[in-house]
Ligand binder design. Structure first.
Ligand code: C2E
Ligand code: CA
Ligand code: CA
Ligand code: CA
Length: 279
């Protein structure tokens, strides 16, 4: 039949070859993206599960290449890490997020947390705390309004340096949140040694918590674990009222997801914050 013809089914080599070409092109474009100012940040609100107030936002990196295509971060961040480009990109993200926070404060928004994602490579850089200190000083922001989101995998890739870096950030007053929690391989005794104040339940558990008893059980145990460790627990990927109700009932502290708002550009987020706080 025609569907099985040569044109519709590609050989392994062909697919692999095309994938390689695409990755090579993406990488070339990525090298120039920072100087061409093709990156931007979107912000997504984080909601206090009990009061309904916005307590923070997460900064999420966006890239529109010179052809006008939006490349998802899941695609280009791993490439940037492999190519050694994540250092300058990650610094740009931190600086930009802190600058935005300053602008919102100056616009009269009450102070709230800014959560920034940090990659494994950044975490393995002993200079990271000094850089962050500089950015905070430059914009006169209180470190306690900055939060770093790191995955278990990122911490465990260079645990000795990572724990040292995280310890310094904690001493500066920066909050640390363990992202995608539950998907990594951190043991309980390792978790004990990470100086984090927050656990962020991975989206995959929230997505099936209402339909799969096992995902519901995992979600509940992460909340209990967080409470036992004196940590705040945040759920990401909340899309439905029913998920909100479930998470509130289980005692999850902070909620984030499309149900409240999708990630949006800085200016739009400012309007959202102004309208939300005047409700
Ligand atoms: P993440 O840190 O786990 O971020 C959460 C992702 O879930 C974001 O995808 C966000 O847009 C999406 N999301 C939020 N609410 C919902 C929801 O209700 N439903 C669904 N289906 N999705 C939701 P995004 O922005 O595409 O980012 C993907 C990943 O890329 C992030 O996952 C993070 O690992 C990475 N990333 C994004 N920005 C940065 C950055 O500045 N630095 C680093 N190192 N990584 C970043
Ligand atoms: Ca995150
Ligand atoms: Ca996450
Ligand atoms: Ca993720």
């Amino acid at each position: 039949a025609k569907e099985f013809g040569r044109n519709s089914v590609k050989s392994y080599d062909e697919t692999y070859g095309q994938d390689l070409i695409r990755r090579t092109q993406t990488l070339q474009n990525l090298r120039a993206a920072l100087s061409r100012k093709e990156f931007s940040l979107n912000y997504q609100p984080q909601i206090d599960a009990f009061t309904g107030q916005i307590v923070g936002t997460e900064a999420l990196l966006r890239w529109q290449n010179r052809n006008g295509e939006w490349i998802p971060p899941d695609q280009f961040i791993p490439l940037a890490e492999q190519a050694g480009l994540i250092g300058p990109i990650g610094q740009w993200v931190l600086e930009q997020a802190i600058r935005t926070q300053r602008k919102w404060l100056d616009a009269g928004i009450s102070p709230m947390r800014m959560a920034v994602n940090i990659s494994a490579v950044q975490l393995a850089d002993p200079e990271l705390p000094a850089h962050i200190k500089d950015y905070l000083n430059n914009s006169g922001l209180d470190p306690r309004y900055l939060e770093i989101e790191v995955t278990e995998t990122a911490i465990m890739s260079e645990p000795a340096i990572a724990l040292e870096t995280l310890g310094q950030l904690k001493e500066m007053g920066v909050d640390i949140s363990i992202d995608d929690f539950g998907t990594g391989t951190t043991s309980m005794s390792q978790l004990k040694s990470i100086p984090a104040q927050k656990l962020k339940i991975d989206r995959s558990f929230i997505a099936s918590a209402l339909t799969d008893a096992r995902d519901a059980a995992i979600t509940k145990s992460i909340i209990q674990l967080g409470n036992a460790f004196n940590m705040k627990v945040i759920a990401e990927g909340v899309e439905l009222k029913e998920q909100e109700i479930f998470l509130q009932k289980e005692g999850c502290h902070i909620l984030q997801g499309y149900y409240y708002a999708k990630p949006m550009p800085e200016d739009q987020m400012l309007v959202f914050l102004q309208e939300y706080s005047s409700e």
